[in-house]
Design a protein around this ligand. Structure first.
Ligand code: NAP
Length: 276
């Protein structure tokens, strides 16, 4: 019987996940389909009950349900609890288990460009929203030496830094202005804000004037392909990475959790790039 995988969010019409997952099924010759469902917030509880009743094989969760969905699952794993959000629901013999693949997906996208790992890195994370929390969790779990969170709303960065104080990594919060002044001290700069995302492509989250020549600059945004932040970094001679790899890897990890099979990441990326 054809397997059904799903995405729930509101709205989800713009999502590239269905075409990316279809590329996996085509590559593996799987009889499966991935459907995006628009689920209004008031219908979330019923939607989760529906996933169970229909024995949906696996489900992704996107905005605005990533946090609220946790109330309706049978279990939420430790990493997703720390991140405070679920983007993947695994159906294990009828039990729905919440997981989060955003942070690990991000780290996997860095591995080809930073093969030595991030243990000795001093990292500047710009932003303190949901994506930042996933990235900081992964950086802490992988023992990044120092993590500074800089955000427009400093109080949110302070709360986020406080959540990770039990790790070995030195995690602290800073204003964007202070981070600009101390920019030379970072080896890796990660933009986790939506600043620079289409259609606001002329915006950038901070000035790179004091960026070290050895620093790597990464942006979670993949539309546009190259944000103004990445363009400016590249023009200075710095190495850069956009968010496509994170998007592909978070989807690939979801598929691995659902099926225990390895998907073809190159085919997934090709499908996304082709569409974009
Ligand atoms: P979120 O929870 O709403 O957080 C948004 C963050 O952006 C906050 O830190 C917010 O600062 C900051 N921000 C928004 N507008 C700003 C502005 N005009 N000036 C300065 N800061 C601003 O969103 P999210 O879920 O973390 O997502 C953030 C970005 O990551 C989005 O672009 C999303 O597409 C991308 N993302 C990519 C992937 C991927 O797979 N590549 C996965 C997840 C997310 P305040 O706290 O001051 O409001």
């Amino acid at each position: 019987m054809k397997q059904l995988f799903a995405l729930i969010g509101y709205p989800v019409g713009h999502s590239l996940s269905p075409l990316m997952h279809q590329a996996i099924y085509d590559d593996l010759g799987l009889d499966a389909t991935y459907h995006a469902f628009n689920v209004e917030p008031t219908a979330l509880k019923e939607a989760i009950a529906g996933l169970k009743a229909l024995n949906v094989a696996g489900c992704n969760v996107t905005i605005p349900h990533k946090v609220s969905v946790m109330d309706y699952l049978d279990e939420v794993d430790e990493e997703a609890q720390e991140i405070g959000a679920v983007n993947t629901i695994v159906n294990k013999n009828g039990r729905l288990i919440g997981r989060n693949t955003d942070g690990s997906g991000y780290l996997q996208s860095l591995t080809p460009v930073l093969p030595a790992g991030i243990e000795d890195h001093r990292v500047l994370v710009i932003g303190a929203g949901g994506a930042a929390r996933a990235v900081v969790s992964t950086l802490c779990r992988n023992r990044a030496m120092r993590i500074v969170i800089a955000n427009r709303t400093l109080a949110k960065a302070e709360v986020l830094a406080g959540l990770f104080s039990r790790y070995e990594s030195d995690v602290l919060a800073m204003s964007i202005e202070q981070a600009e002044k101390e920019l030379a001290a970072f080896d890796l700069v990660i933009n986790t804000t939506s600043v620079g995302m289409s259609p606001n492509v002329r915006q950038t989250p901070l000035s790179l004037d004091l960026l070290s020549a050895r620093a790597f600059v990464s942006d979670l945004i993949y539309n546009p392909d190259e944000t103004l932040l990445l363009k400016e970094a590249k023009a200075r001679g710095n190495r850069t990475l956009n968010g496509i790899g994170m998007f592909v890897n978070q989807g690939a990890l979801s598929f691995e959790y659902w099926t225990e099979q390895k998907p073809n990441r190159a085919a997934m990326e090709e499908a996304v790039r082709h569409f974009l």
